[in-house]
Write a protein that binds this ligand. Sequence first.
Ligand SMILES: *Cc1c(COP(=O)(O)O)cnc(C)c1O
Length: 377
Amino acid sequence: MKPRLFTPGPTTVPEETLLELARPVTYHRSAEAKAILGEVTEDLKYVFQTSQPVMTLTSSGTGGMEAAVANTLAAGEKAILLTAGRWGERWRGILKAFQANLVVVEVPYGKAVTPEMLEKALAENPDTKAVFATLSETSTGVGHDLEAFGRIVAKSPALLVVDGISGLGAMECRTDAWQLDVVVTGSQKALMLPPGLAFVSVSEKAWKKIEATPIRSFYLDLRRYKKALAESDTPFTPANTLIKAQRVSLKRIRAEGIENLWARHAKIAAACRAGVTALGLKLFAERPNNALTVITVPAGVDGSATLKKLEKQHGFKLADGQDNMKGQIWRLSHMGYTDAFEVLGAIAALELVLHESGFKLEPGAGVAAFQREYAKK
Ligand SMILES: *Cc1c(COP(=O)(O)O)cnc(C)c1O
């Protein structure tokens, strides 16, 4: 059977990138390695839509998040956390570990934090040093209005720090134009690489704060990365095989064009949502984003057993809910190297498995609705 990966990280990797990963290991302090990192950095700036250098860290996405916290906040400084799910909770865990004085704005899973909530929290806490937000809350499928968040935070002395893991490279995100001070992403979501690299952008406003903050981490000290990057280098041995492969995947994004890429994700996501709804299923996110579709498991259906069947019988690997969401939702990724017909296949397989399990639906209804939506201009 052909394995088909639809988890919201890791995601499938293009063939030409896989071939690059198979090449011999090379030395990381060579002129060639520097040229490659320089090229990757330029392409990352394009993906982030920033003129600031984007730093490459050898870690999973969480390492980038930890770097953002460790570098921007001194112990006891005030931070506003906007949380709408498990990845907002990841921010909370890191902020606690670094002794932030936390103000939490929390909404139930499936809901989105609104710009009004942020505005109110910031007005009540004028001594806030940084606001922590999530672009795509991958645990619920919610997307946040970072453009509006950016407008609000920019009027204050605080920084806006964004977990863009899974969102960046799938949904519109304009780091500079939206005044996002720190943006973090990971390699294994929309950037079409295996896990292992994190990328962090830092605005001029954020650099000022970082330079005035005591050093709280050795490996994740962003000042070191900035200094090394000025020479197209890294402070420690990087996962250079992954960097070389990331270069290949980034070329694919460059060739498509970032706005075309956003539009492609939007189109596939809209078709996927139409297909799912036509099956009589409900979307879990009140403000769905284009990186993934999160479906509420209908009453009377065993959510986890359905996913097992999809994988065992048809090779489709979707993701279950995490922690206490297990069995409650299905998460279907359409970010990165995934095309419309692969997602259409996933809808067809889900339809079939649900039909076989006795769930009332009209076979083909999801597929037809997907096609109808996808055919729209
Ligand atoms: C996947 C993900 C993370 C976690 O990244 P790791 O690479 O597992 O450390 C954090 N935030 C969001 C929004 C994610 O989708």
